[in-house]
Design a protein around this ligand. Sequence first.
Ligand code: DAK
Length: 258
Amino acid sequence: MAYEYITTETQDGVAIITLNRPKALNALCAGLIAELGQALQSFDADAGIGCILITGSEKAFAAGADIKEMTDKTYQDVEAEDFITGDWEVLSKVRTPTIAAVSGFALGGGCEIAMMADMIVASDTAKFGQPEITIGTIPGSGGTQRLTRAVGKSLAMYMCLTGEFIDAETALRSGLVAKVVPTAELMEESLRIAKKIAGMSRPVARVCKEAVNVALETTLTEGVRFERRVFHATFAFDDRKEGMEAFAGKRKPEWNHR
Ligand code: DAK
């Protein structure tokens, strides 16, 4: 599939989507978001893919929604077309585990896209921010919600109300990212993690992801109840039996992804 604003490739069960609009620091124009949604949906439906890795360039993961594209829109326009909502949300809905490998700027919609991934691996040059307030608006794709859940109220308020960026170390300390690595090692380490996840039983990885996500949507009692039911349900998978037999037999499991 030929895309204009992204590139895609696959490696050992991992799909790699690279945002590729370098002159605009990967600003998320409607065409890019449509292509991202399309690529995500097609990899999510591909039984051979066990993890999806999204990345940008060394200078920018993405510097936000395309401001120039938004400038002349009116309230009536954005309300009528439910402005860019559909494809923006695909990443938060795919069942395949996802990783955002972030170097450089992850701002506004760029930070929001990264936060929709299941985890963020950041280079030591990464900068995260929600600077929408500096252009007279507020985060529109989960920035006030996912950021607050990830880093807590005070840091989220600071970022959303001042528009100032945080560096990779602050992002790590606050729980926004899973890991920080030197820029030169970002893809190698992100791919290592992605391939490890892709090497697990795919249905088990899918329900594991679903259970972790439930933690953000429900009470502890309900979450633990959901987890218990899903844990029981893993005993219906061939791969659960294979995994335990392989452990006892001191061999590597051979998943059939069922
Ligand atoms: N949009 C359009 N173009 C952008 C851009 C952006 N967000 N960010 C950078 N560019 C362009 C610049 O205009 C420049 O283009 P030319 O002038 O060369 O044509 C080129 O990329 C290089 O940028 P700079 O020359 O500015 O590079 P610097 O290194 O000096 O500065 C910077 C880098 C990232 C600090 C700066 O470019 C910057 O402040 N960019 C804007 C950051 C920002 O405010 N981002 C938030 C945008 S608002 C929604 C979903 C999401 C959203 C809304 C709704 N729904 C689902 C409803 C999201 C909104 C946003 O993200």
